[in-house]
Design a protein around this ligand. Structure first.
Ligand SMILES: Cc1ncc(COP(=O)(O)O)c(C=O)c1O
Length: 392
């Protein structure tokens, strides 16, 4: 559902916190049995009765002892969202977006995506009996395309981003206009419901940390939708008086696509952000040339006194290896950038070693095995690897 004015204005879901607080408290939550995102149903915009449940959410929070020791940190945690049903955090969003489509009796859903969100929507659509129309870039990874095929999506491979224009978004909008498909990309201005799903990361996190204070959370960032969800989750918890203070939200983008991070660092208003003409990085999930959810993402960063940090491909690749070698988590590059961001901030005092920090690890390396092999086959030469999307 989009704003009727079609100006890509933001529709927002608001909750009656007084009513929600009647049941949503620490003790009440502890007594709940479900472990998926529907555990937090009062703060989701659709009834779980419409949901296809594949086990989305309820992912582990890992105390990263080995990595922490290397970095001199005692309180470093990893939220392992690779363990979602289709192996990325997008399942939280698409479980909600697809449930809304079921409630609205839609037969066809459309998505523009580098692959993770599309694979996720395709899985939920398959079980719900809806047709998923996926618009993906030409170099979407083999793992993500394989998922789309198996889940029965119709796949349209679009052109590469050119001069900041994202052909996947244009094609999706054209299909929505022409055929009346229900738009369900993980961009807030095109669908305000799905962004409520990733909020549950913060509810889970605080429950898993027994409501202890948290100093900072590092968020892999492309369009800024995930970060918007993190901010909304924090705001909900504060409104309900479940937390007293916000952790700093830290947006992490690849150096080859960092329009949002630059705007955060320079204080540029959202309206003045210019799309990245030719995004390029090994982190293929973070190459949205325009941060569709940048307005709310920037609000979240500023209200929590957070920051933005960009990281180079070499550091991203090193983070993929460090997560696997030290903590047993096999992340795709897009899912691993948080660690690279933390290392950079530790070196310039943006984060203190004694702080309590959570890195979101958002997508599985099994999505991109070919690229991972390429990257690590080349590691001795010190190059960024063939997986990097090159400028034309
Ligand atoms: C693995 C992974 N992490 C993080 C993100 C970033 O999410 P967003 O575009 O909402 O900022 C994506 C987006 O596709 C992704 O695939």
């Amino acid at each position: 559902m989009m704003c009727r004015k079609k100006d890509l204005g933001r529709l927002d879901v608001v909750y009656d916190y007084d009513r929600v607080s009647e049941r949503f408290d620490r003790r009440g939550l502890a007594s709940r049995n479900s472990r998926d995102i529907w555990r937090y149903e009062e703060l989701l915009p659709v009834s779980s009765g419409y949901a296809v449940k594949l086990g989305e959410g309820g992912t582990p929070l890992i105390h990263a002892h080995r990595l922490g020791e290397k970095l001199g940190m005692k309180h470093l945690y990893l939220k392992d969202d690779t363990r979602n049903p289709t192996a990325s955090f997008k399942d939280r969003a698409m479980a909600v977006g697809s449930a809304k489509a079921v409630e609205l009796k839609k037969d066809d859903v459309a998505i523009a995506s580098s692959g993770n969100a599309a694979a996720s929507l395709a899985a939920y659509s398959a079980v719900a009996g809806m047709k998923c129309h996926a618009f993906v870039p030409p170099d979407a990874s083999a793992g993500k395309i394989a998922q789309l095929l198996l889940y029965g999506a119709s796949i349209t491979r679009c052109e590469q981003v050119k001069e900041g224009e994202d052909a996947t978004v244009q094609a999706m909008l054209a299909a929505v206009d022409s055929f009346g498909y229900y738009p369900c990309p993980s961009f807030g201005p095109f669908n305000p419901y799905q962004v409520e799903g990733p909020k549950t990361i913060m509810y889970e996190l605080y429950e898993q940390m027994a409501w202890e204070t948290l100093d900072a959370v590092l968020v892999p960032t492309g369009s800024g939708c995930l970060l918007t969800g993190i901010w909304k989750g924090l705001r909900d918890l504060r409104e309900l008086d479940l937390i007293k203070a916000f952790p700093r939200i830290i947006a992490v983008q690849p150096a080859g696509n960092q329009a949002l991070v630059k705007a955060i660092q320079r204080g540029t208003p959202f309206e003045d952000i210019i799309p990245q003409p030719y995004p390029a990085s090994v982190a293929g999930g973070l190459l949205d040339p325009y941060p569709w959810d940048g307005d709310s993402a920037m609000t979240g960063v500023s209200k929590t006194h957070g920051t933005g940090v960009s990281v180079g491909d070499r550091d991203i690749i090193r983070s993929v290896r460090e997560l696997a070698a030290n903590e047993g988590i096999f992340a795709e590059p897009s899912g691993a950038v948080g660690l690279a961001g933390l290392e950079k901030l530790l070196s310039n005092d943006g984060v203190g070693k004694d702080e309590r920090v959570v890195i979101l690890v958002t997508g599985s390396g099994l999505k991109e095995p070919d690229r991972v092999i390429e990257m690590f086959e080349e590691r001795n030469s010190g190059g960024a690897g063939k997986g990097t999307r090159k400028r034309p």
